[in-house]
Design a protein around this ligand. Structure first.
Ligand code: NAD
Length: 396
């Protein structure tokens, strides 16, 4: 497939690096940038056949099959609309919209025009993440009770991110979109997210939007998805996930500790890793950033899905659900209350909390609360009487 990339900035280059890095059948044909010089430079760097400063010309070009939206958040909708008009498949970076209303319009444009809509949520395609989800789905950690996803760094790299009108918000719209979708995957996308409690503040930067936030998303099966996002974190880019299940635990560190540590006096300077703040002393580079961040797996899924006329793992509908959760988070940060999540056409299940399913029967009289091996080797049992509710302990 031949691709048109819209935008020539930070993420466009990450995408192009991932797409052109390996021998593959899908390649970038053209790039659009509003600045012709930037388009030309990008085309030269990635050896593209074509470049333009006319967005519609890139999308409607007869050679182009798929459009890759790598533009600031306020331009996603206009770009999706042009893709629907010219019937070109579209892959859109995160967040899908600035609000759920905007995301829903984009979802409707894609579905009514019959084009493919892939949501480029790369962090749901990292090698560690895909393996974790597979382990959860095969039951390795039991029922997921709580997930925590953290993305924090010292703040983004372009003016428009810091302008609430263009971006749609601060670190919540920029980073919690990743965290929320990570949690949805761990908990199960068919489980309905119900409500959100969120704290947000502008602690450091002179901006209208929040630069630090923590939120809890409650799901219909009782699970909690926690997000921790910040543009105030110092020390690089902190990307970590945790999952707690009834039968196990998963901890993932995707960036600051990938098993690659390096010391340098810093004489040469240069790039270490995304958002790294130091070039001297002990450093934490990332071997293949594009791969560690999920881009190759993501594009493989997207292009295979288009070719085989199936849904990708991350769709425009997922992007819409994420925006709906973030809308409730913004509201909760203002009202300081749990706020319900409004999803107009929920396509998952309507499961409810099954009270008492966690009770483990010990014998006909007792439930088992806990078994513990003590330092002296004794095994202690803590039990609950099924009739009276009394909690007792005995040695095994
Ligand atoms: N992990 C990820 O998936 C990830 C990471 C970074 C950014 N993003 C997303 O990618 C998108 C772009 O972010 P970025 O980091 O590449 O930003 P950027 O500022 O580095 O690049 C934005 C590009 O859009 C162009 N642009 C800016 N304003 C424009 C306008 N008014 N009209 C036309 N073109 C305009 C810029 O010239 C540049 O080419 C955003 O939606 C962002 O959230 C995703």
């Amino acid at each position: 497939m031949k691709i048109a990339v819209l935008g020539s900035g930070f993420i466009a280059r990450f995408y192009a690096t991932a797409l052109q890095a390996q021998r593959r059948k899908d390649f970038i044909y053209t790039v659009y940038s509003r600045n012709s010089e930037n388009a030309k430079r990008f085309a030269e760097d990635y050896q593209l056949a074509h470049f333009t400063d006319d967005m519609e010309a890139a999308i409607s070009h007869p050679q182009v099959d798929v459009v890759l939206i790598s533009l600031p958040n306020h331009l996603h909708e206009i770009a999706v609309s042009a893709c629907a008009k010219h019937k070109k498949h579209v892959l859109c970076t995160k967040p899908l919209g600035r609000t759920a209303a905007e995301a829903k319009r984009m979802l409707q444009m894609v579905e009514s025009s019959g084009i493919f809509g892939g949501y480029l949520e790369d962090l749901c395609y990292t090698p560690k993440f895909l393996k974790s989800v597979a382990s959860i789905q095969q039951g390795s950690i039991g029922k997921v009770l709580w997930t925590k996803s953290r993305e924090a760094h010292p703040g983004p790299h372009s003016d428009w991110f810091w302008d609430k009108e263009k971006s749609g918000g601060g670190c919540i719209i920029d980073l919690a979109c990743h965290c929320v979708e990570i949690s949805r995957n761990f908990i199960g996308k068919e489980i309905k997210p119900l409500e959100v409690m969120c704290w947000a503040a502008t602690q450091v930067h002179p901006i209208e939007a929040e630069d630090h936030a923590i939120g809890l998303v409650k799901y219909a099966n009782g699970a909690i998805g926690q997000f921790e996002v910040s543009w105030t974190f110092r020390g690089g880019m902190d990307l970590r996930d945790e999952v707690m299940g009834t039968e196990g635990t998963i901890w993932i560190n995707s960036f600051l500790r990938t098993g690659f540590e390096m010391f340098s006096t810093g004489k040469a300077g240069g790039y270490v890793a995304e958002k790294a703040e130091a070039t001297t002393g002990w450093l934490f580079p990332v071997g293949d950033e594009a791969h560690e961040l999920g881009y190759p797996n993501m594009f493989t899924d997207m292009f295979d899905a288009i070719e085989n006329k199936r849904q990708p793992l991350e769709t425009f509908y997922d992007g819409y659900v994420v925006n709906a959760i973030l809308d409730a988070a913004f509201l909760s940060a203002k009202t300081k209350q749990w706020e319900p999540i409004t999803i107009d056409d929920w396509r998952g299940g309507e499961s409810i909390i099954q009270e008492g399913t966690g009770l483990i029967s010990f014998d006909e009289h007792f439930y088992l609360i806990k078994e513990e091996v003590l330092p002296n080797g004794d095994i202690k049992l803590i039990l609950k009487n099924k009739q009276t509710g009394e909690v007792v302990q005995q040695n095994k």
